[in-house]
Design a protein around this ligand. Structure first.
Ligand code: PDD
Length: 286
């Protein structure tokens, strides 16, 4: 059976899932996206993803074509139709298709485009969860509103392609000598005295939903957290490093640019935070 996607009100097989060449998402990357994990057939931390969606569209004055409640219903329906037990739901909303290519916003009667699709993915027992991942560093080439989850991802495409070419699964982006974030993840280190360090939210990074949950869960357990920028040198002399995202949850980083972090294995704090996050994800999924 061909997987089903959602396109502007209809559930259709992937081969029929199409939007116009005049769609502003295609022409201008004039759109916003979200990725939520699915565990046991349920959406993980979805309220947080929908809140960020609402904020992102607000920041670019884009009107959602459906309410957040309806969007969640569609997400659930799609997960059900595609029988996803463990995986991801991708959703994208763009400023719709006008009749040509005109930079300013189209007239009010152009409805925004809403598409969604799912993919199956083992998240809990992924081999990289145990083994950790290697990352490379690249310059951060992005615009200055990275807090908006925009579909303009060319800098991340190039960063993650460079990582893939080097046999790595993520690229850490560097600006002014400090790590901003991963191509599609938030970055953390654990210092020699067990302080968990992650960059403060602001325009320089996407406010990760997984980051937010991990910080809260760590604080509730009286673990020490510092929200500040750090350098690659600091990461290399740290005990541990890890990344967080909806698609990997909490994943150890065992080498940066070919140099070992700590003892080159997934550290105990990373493993503990992953366990705590998985427990939270399972307990609160809807
Ligand atoms: N990316 N930073 C960036 C630049 C990201 O693209 C992502 C997520 C994150 C982590 O955010 P969250 O914890 O809310 O997933 C941080 C998604 C997974 C993607 O583009 O596929």
């Amino acid at each position: 059976m061909e997987p089903i996607a959602y396109v502007n009100g209809s559930f259709v097989p992937h081969s029929e899932a199409k939007v116009s060449v005049f769609d502003r998402g295609f022409l201008f990357a004039d759109g916003i996206y979200e990725v939520a994990a699915v565990l046991d057939g349920k959406l993980v931390d979805n309220a947080s993803h929908l809140a960020r969606l609402e904020r992102s569209v607000g920041e670019i004055q884009l009107k959602l074509p459906e309410t957040l409640a309806r969007i969640e219903e569609i997400q659930k329906e799609l997960v059900k139709r595609n029988n996803i037990e463990s995986g991801l739901v991708y959703l994208e909303v763009t400023r719709g298709a006008d009749t040509g290519r005109d930079f300013p916003f189209p007239k009010a009667d152009v409805k925004s485009t809403l598409v969604m699709f799912t993919s199956s993915k083992e998240i809990i027992d992924a081999p990289s969860a145990k083994a950790g991942v290697n990352v490379i560093t690249v310059p951060d080439l992005r615009w200055t509103r990275r807090d908006i989850k925009s579909v303009a991802l060319l800098a991340q495409v190039l960063a993650k392609q460079a990582a893939a070419a080097a046999g790595c699964s993520e690229a850490w982006m560097i600006e002014d000598g400090k790590v901003t974030e991963g191509g599609s993840s938030s970055c953390f280190i654990v210092t020699r005295d067990d302080v968990i360090v992650t960059r403060k939210n602001g325009n320089e990074i996407l406010p990760g939903c997984t980051r937010k949950a991990v910080v809260k869960l760590a604080e509730e357990r009286q673990l020490r957290i510092e929200e500040r920028a750090f350098t690659v040198e600091e990461a290399l002399s740290a005990k541990e490093a890890f990344i967080t995202s909806a698609s990997v949850f909490v994943q150890g980083v065992v080498a940066i640019d070919g140099k070992k972090v700590g003892d080159g294995k997934v550290g105990p704090m990373t493993a503990r935070l992953r366990e705590i996050y998985v427990e939270f994800a399972k307990a609160t999924a809807v």
